[in-house]
Design a protein around this ligand. Structure first.
Ligand code: N01
Length: 546
């Protein structure tokens, strides 16, 4: 087994720095588990984490209202029975503070912190061909080397600001939902503007509308928001949950998106109009993503089928908003239901019935600039004490692009992926040996209840490294034909899907200048898992091992 003690030379300046078997970028949910597993394998490991604490998404997105939209008990790690039994989720859809506490609890329980370097944002990762090692440098000049580089950088971790002039002139407070300060902003009684009405904006707006003095919401595209139906977990339910973890995780392994929800095998048109309406009412009244991932099987593939549910949701929105003109602005019409991520809400539409809330439709009156006191649209000037950007992320590839990753021959990963990612299993890309991209582009874990699928990713990579060590292989790299076939297969998984019809982050379409291409994997969790298992069983078919 490997020497688990890192060898140290100069860690800054021009020397190679500390030596490890593996370096992991990111101490979120995925990176923590990868550290745990590689330690078990006897590897020396260092995690570099840009934040000052563990948690990734649940560290950075601490905006008011942030919470799971997966059932809490389907979200936690499944690898430790002891952890499962000793952790009590307090709510069916747990909020950010508890989620961050959970990940800290895990880090402490498994003594993970001693191998994590915090406040260390990786600036570059360069592959040294002769030595077959990755050379890392953090933004503050710290250097280290490892045989394996494993990215656990998250799907939604590169926050994106709108390209509007004048932010540097704004004198009030401002922040992005994905970079929310640890010391909470005091919004009580203040004039607040929020730009963006995706899942983050919807959660935030609902929460802060309870305390701000005046709220102006700038909406570009209305969404199909659906009720979350969150509630506390009582003692009896807690016991039931703890007794049924094996079934819960088994179910998650069998469903399309790693959640507890299965699509209904029927077509929208196999049932009568009355039955359909009753079914829609039923799923609408149930918690979580049932309305999306437990809907009729053709709701996500047939526009005609989708229209029936889209109209049902539109009517629900109209019924909740008192002013018909405002309701009209909130009703989505330019994309099918579920073709963008469905925001789950708890009183969102009622916010627009408050006297102190105004909705501005940016399609009618676009923002022209940020001003010292607020912002200007084509018709009106607004003044704010606080301006909040809920404008989303350069998704999936954004966090990779922000690191200078260079493989064989100095090729940049960003350059290679400029016309869209090319990967094998979403876990490797040709020209970047020994680099594993957990929950990366084209990976089954991206379009999934992430912990369920990131556990699969981590276990697969761990098994692969174990295999390499057992067979005396020092280098693994995807083969070109395997990469081509996988990349084509990823496109096939979405060929019949309505996901193609929206300008979403799934398609990279929310980032100006980014190639419009599907960034995830829509073949479903079971198919992805089966393919990964098959590749491993065939001695890592499609990879060149040396
Ligand atoms: O980001 P988004 P998000 N001018 O990209 C608008 C996950 N998540 O942070 O739709 C004006 O969805 C943009 O408008 P448009 C979840 O997977 C999970 O809200 O592009 N507006 C949109 O309204 C989610 O999908 C949870 O026309 C601009 C908004 O900003 C993902 O994170 C909670 C603009 C961005 O919406 C991202 O959600 C929250 C501009 N220049 C999030 N640029 C959970 O519950 C963008 N917008 C676990």
């Amino acid at each position: 087994m490997a020497n688990t003690t890192p060898q140290t030379s100069s860690t800054t300046g021009t020397g190679p720095g500390e030596q490890f078997d593996a370096i992991i970028i990111g101490a979120g949910l995925t990176g923590l588990y990868q550290l745990y597993k590689l330690r078990q394998l006897g590897l020396s490991v260092r995690v570099y984490e840009a934040g000052s604490g563990v948690g990734g998404t649940w560290y950075w997105n601490r905006y008011p209202g942030a919470r799971f939209d997966s059932e809490s008990y389907s979200y936690g790690y499944s690898f430790s029975e002891e952890l499962l039994q000793e952790w009590d989720w307090k709510e069916h859809f747990s909020g950010q503070p508890e989620n961050e506490r959970y990940l800290n609890y895990v880090a402490d329980k498994f003594d993970l912190r001693r191998d994590i370097q915090f406040n260390a944002r990786v600036a570059s990762a360069l592959y040294d061909e002769r030595a077959n090692r990755w050379q890392l440098q953090t933004e503050d000049g710290h250097r280290a080397q490892a045989q394996f580089l494993i990215t656990a950088v998250g799907v939604l971790s590169a926050p994106q600001m709108p390209n509007v002039a004048g932010l540097d002139t704004y004198t009030g407070e401002w922040c992005h939902t994905g970079l929310w300060p640890k010391t909470p902003l005091n919004l009580a009684g203040k004039r607040v503007g929020v730009i963006g009405t995706g899942a983050s904006g919807v959660q935030l707006i609902t929460e802060i509308a309870k305390e701000v003095g005046h709220l102006t919401v700038f909406q570009r595209t209305p969404n199909y928001c659906a009720p979350l139906h969150n509630k506390p977990i009582d003692e009896e339910t807690q016991k039931k949950i703890k007794a049924s973890y094996p079934e819960i995780f088994k179910k998650c392994r069998e469903t399309f998106a790693g959640m507890i929800h299965h699509f209904d095998p029927r077509s929208v048109f196999e049932v009568s109009a009355e039955e359909r309406e009753a079914f829609y009412e039923q799923i609408w009244s149930e918690p979580g993503f049932r309305k999306w991932l437990g809907n009729f099987r053709d709701v996500m593939s047939s526009k005609e089928a989708n229209d029936t549910f889209a109209e049902f949701v539109r009517n629900k929105i109209r019924a909740r908003v008192k002013d018909p003109a405002v309701a009209n602005k909130l009703v989505p019409t330019n994309h099918p239901f579920g073709s963008k991520r469905v925001p789950l809400e708890s009183g969102y539409y009622e916010v627009y019935n408050q006297d102190n809330v105004v909705l501005v439709d940016l399609k009618e009156t676009p923002i022209t600039r940020i001003t010292p006191k607020g912002l200007k649209t084509s018709t009106t000037e607004y003044e704010f004490d606080v301006l909040i950007f809920a404008t989303g992320f350069d998704a999936v590839t954004g966090a990779f692009n922000r690191i200078n990753i260079r493989g064989v021959g100095g090729q940049g990963l960003k350059d290679k992926w400029a016309d869209g990612p090319r990967t094998y299993l979403g876990i490797q890309s040709v020209g970047f040996p020994n680099l594993f991209t957990l929950v990366g582009p084209h990976n089954g874990a991206t379009f999934c209840n992430i912990p369920r699928c990131s556990e699969q990713n981590v276990e697969w990579v761990t098994d692969c490294i174990r295999y390499m060590r057992e067979h005396n292989h020092g280098r693994i790299e995807a083969k070109l034909d395997a990469e081509g076939a996988w990349t084509a297969h990823v496109a096939d998984t979405i060929a019949d899907s309505l996901l193609l019809q929206a300008d979403s982050w799934f398609m990279g379409a929310n980032t100006p200048g980014k190639k419009r291409t599907f960034l995830m994997y829509a073949g479903g969790t079971p198919a992805y898992r089966a393919k990964c298992d098959e590749v491993a069983a065939k001695g890592y078919e499609g990879f060149a091992l040396q």
